[in-house]
Design a protein around this ligand. Structure first.
Ligand code: PSU
Ligand code: MN
Length: 306
């Protein structure tokens, strides 16, 4: 493979990739903008441990000093976690200037996919992906994550989409872009904090091997783009739908009243929902990320075997 002069693959990750062993990419905006310190750092380190316990090597992805990093040290994870909103939330459009200036960036789902693909990593675990926001018919707020799923060949394991987004429009957008939306052991799109949403997925697949087979087929056919695997939050950590939906409605109304827009929207909503629920949403968020890390490691293992 041609060496990418902007990319640093951590030695352990490079060894695993070379030997054809499973690797799971992890994002860093969830650390800097998705959760408060110190839970963010604790969660990021636990996620890496869970990936290992399930037989894969973790590669947390970020931009450090202008370098695209596939695999961070513990000190780098702590740095991003402590700096929080002080780190640039980096989506696709942010990469050129951050790299040219030698700055730090926390990678969203979109940029994590880009860097994972550059490094040769095919499977990525996160909590939630961006999507079509409520009111997008006037704001045009549609996450770059969806375009990335359309064009970059990485499988993303998430817990579905939360209703800060318009779930119906998000599914329509993914359909238009040709992104398969898979439900893991479910026919329904999970709604992040809860296991159901009332919306159907494209296909229900019941084992990591079936998921890997579908993604392998996509790669082998040369079909551009990724695949979205939605994994419901474990029952014991799921939230009361009435309580969480009320909190989301309140947070969305506040964002609108305060004129929050652009890249601030998602972090603002997540932080408000956490405060309104007295921290309950954060506890659920952490658990669903662990659940996704486990499934992603299993899928990465199966993909290597194919
Ligand atoms: N949803 C979450 N937690 C997160 C994010 C989304 O539950 O941390 C982050 C992810 O990094 C995602 C990004 O890629 O927000 C989407 O931001 P935007 O909507 O601005 O594209
Ligand atoms: Mn947006």
């Amino acid at each position: 493979m041609k060496r990418n002069p902007y990319l640093d693959v951590a030695p352990e990750v490079a060894r695993a990739l070379e030997a054809g062993r499973p690797v799971v990419a992890l994002e860093s905006t969830i650390i800097s903008h998705g959760m408060p310190y110190p839970q963010n750092v604790e969660t990021a380190l636990n996620v890496e441990r869970i990936v290992r316990e399930n037989g894969a090597v973790p590669a947390t992805i970020a931009i450090i000093g202008g370098r695209l990093k596939a695999g961070l040290t513990q000190a780098e994870i702590e740095h991003l976690g402590k700096k929080g909103y002080g780190v640039t939330k980096a989506s696709r459009r942010d990469l050129p200037v951050l790299v040219a200036r030698g700055e730090d960036g926390a990678t969203t789902v979109a940029t994590t996919m880009i860097i994972a693909e550059m490094a040769g990593i095919r499977v990525f675990a996160t909590g939630g992906v961006g999507g079509v926001h409520r009111g997008a018919e006037t704001t045009m707020d549609i996450s770059a994550d969806l375009e990335e799923l359309a064009q970059t060949g990485v499988l993303v394991v998430c817990a579905g989409a939360k209703s800060i987004l318009d779930l119906g429009l998000t599914l329509e957008y993914l359909e238009t872009k040709g992104v398969p939306v898979i439900g893991y052991q479910t026919e329904e799109l999970p709604a992040f904090y809860t296991r159901t949403s009332g919306f159907g997925v494209d296909y229900r697949l019941d084992t990591p091997a079936e998921i890997a087979a579908a993604f392998r087929a996509k790669l082998d056919m040369g079909l551009r783009g990724g695949m979205l695997v939605t994994n419901p939050i474990p029952e014991e950590y799921s939230m009361n739908p009435a309580v969480i939906n009320q909190a989301i409605d309140e947070a969305v109304a506040e964002a609108k009243a305060q004129g929050i827009h652009g890249k601030q929207t998602t972090p603002f909503l997540l932080a408000r929902i956490k405060d309104i629920t007295g921290g309950d949403s954060l506890a659920s968020n952490i658990r669903l990320v662990y659940n996704n890390a486990k499934l992603a490691a299993q899928v990465a293992g199966e993909l290597c075997a194919k």
